[in-house]
Design a protein around this ligand. Structure first.
Ligand code: ADE
Ligand code: ZN
Length: 326
């Protein structure tokens, strides 16, 4: 009880959240109505009932369908603002937000509409609460290298609105090295680099994300524990893992929250962090993720402080700002 209150109230950073995954069913219906889109679901409850996932792909199919209601700059603003209100309520002081431009440009929505609406909300949150927020552009790994390069081209006129690139979508069969040349180019451009690896995919993908893409953090990475050499390396090099506990349960990476390996990661000396991934789909925002862990596993106050410190230590913020948070 006291521990739950502590993890809820402590200042934290969120480093792994897909903005399209914050679209709540109520907002999906409101935007569908506003835009004259007919959804293949009768009601909010009917849509929510479809959120019964068996693996990553079964989630992604519904997540991309949900995003189809986003059409105008205002839609992207409203979605982002709704997330930022939740993050602020959870005592998030800094958040690094993923967005999937290809999900929208493939449907004919212009890149400037997407990033313009999202970015305007970030500016307002900074003004309103001093909440610091940055954007990370994710390439969809089920699409081609050429499509990723084309998206990077479209993004470059907006270089001032995002700080890095990531890699998401269907992991198995789409190893990091498929995007080696794209990430090399992004590295030359001075962008921060992250990639989803070792969520559903094998530890091998964590190695190639590090050694071929040169990423600075691994998103998920929970399967690293299958490889003791990799585990030791992640701890030695203090490569942060952005872990998403409720996501891992909903997508059946672990059977139950009691089976989650975050305590083993921390005990191995790994810089694990706690994040919400796709909060509208997985049953909660970042504090819900912390509380689920602290109610189910023998985690202590020290673990709580370590997780919060890890979240700021792994953030892409200047050293002065970081020192102030730590
Ligand atoms: N896109 C949104 N959430 C994702 C996840 N957990 N893994 C891969 N791609 C995603
Ligand atoms: Zn993710």
């Amino acid at each position: 009880e006291a521990l739950s209150d502590l993890v809820r109230s402590m200042p934290k950073a969120e480093l792994h959240m897909h903005i399209e995954g914050s679209l709540e069913p109520e907002l999906i219906f409101a935007l569908a109505e506003r835009n004259g889109v007919t959804l293949p679901y009768a009601s909010v409850e009917d849509l929510r009932r479809a959120y019964a996932f068996t693996d990553l792909q079964s989630f992604l199919d519904i997540y991309y369908a949900g995003a189809s209601v986003l059409q105008t700059e205002r839609d992207f603003y409203d979605m982002t603002w709704a997330y930022l209100e939740r993050a602020h309520a959870d005592n998030v002081l800094h958040t690094e937000i993923f967005f999937d431009p290809q999900t929208h440009t493939e449907r004919g929505i212009g890149f400037p509409i997407v990033i313009g609406g999202i970015h305007r909300a970030l500016t307002d949150a900074q003004k309103e609460w001093g909440l610091s927020a940055s954007l990370i552009l994710c390439f969809l790994r089920h699409l081609s290298e050429a499509e990723a390069f084309a998206t990077l081209e479209e993004a470059m006129p907006h270089r001032d609105k995002f700080i890095g690139v990531g890699l998401d979508s269907s992991e198995r069969g789409n190893p990091p090295e498929k995007f080696e040349r794209v990430f090399a180019r992004c590295r030359e451009l001075g962008l921060h680099l992250v990639a989803h690896a070792g969520e559903e995919g094998p530890p091998e993908y964590i190695y190639t994300a590090l050694d071929k893409l040169h990423v600075e953090r691994i998103d998920h990475g929970v399967r690293c524990l299958e490889d003791p050499v990799l585990t030791a390396r992640l701890a030695r090099e203090q490569v942060a893992l952005t872990v998403c506990p409720l996501s891992n349960i909903k997508l059946r990476v672990f059977d139950r929250i009691h089976d989650h390996n975050i305590l083993e990661l921390l005990d191995a000396g790994i810089a694990a962090t706690v994040n919400s991934d796709d909060p509208a789909y997985f049953g909660g925002y970042v504090n819900d993720n912390y509380v689920a862990l602290f109610e189910s596993l023998p985690l202590t106050r020290d673990h709580a402080y370590r997780l919060a410190r890890n979240s700021f230590a792994a953030a892409f913020i200047d050293e002065e700002a970081k020192a102030a948070y730590l």
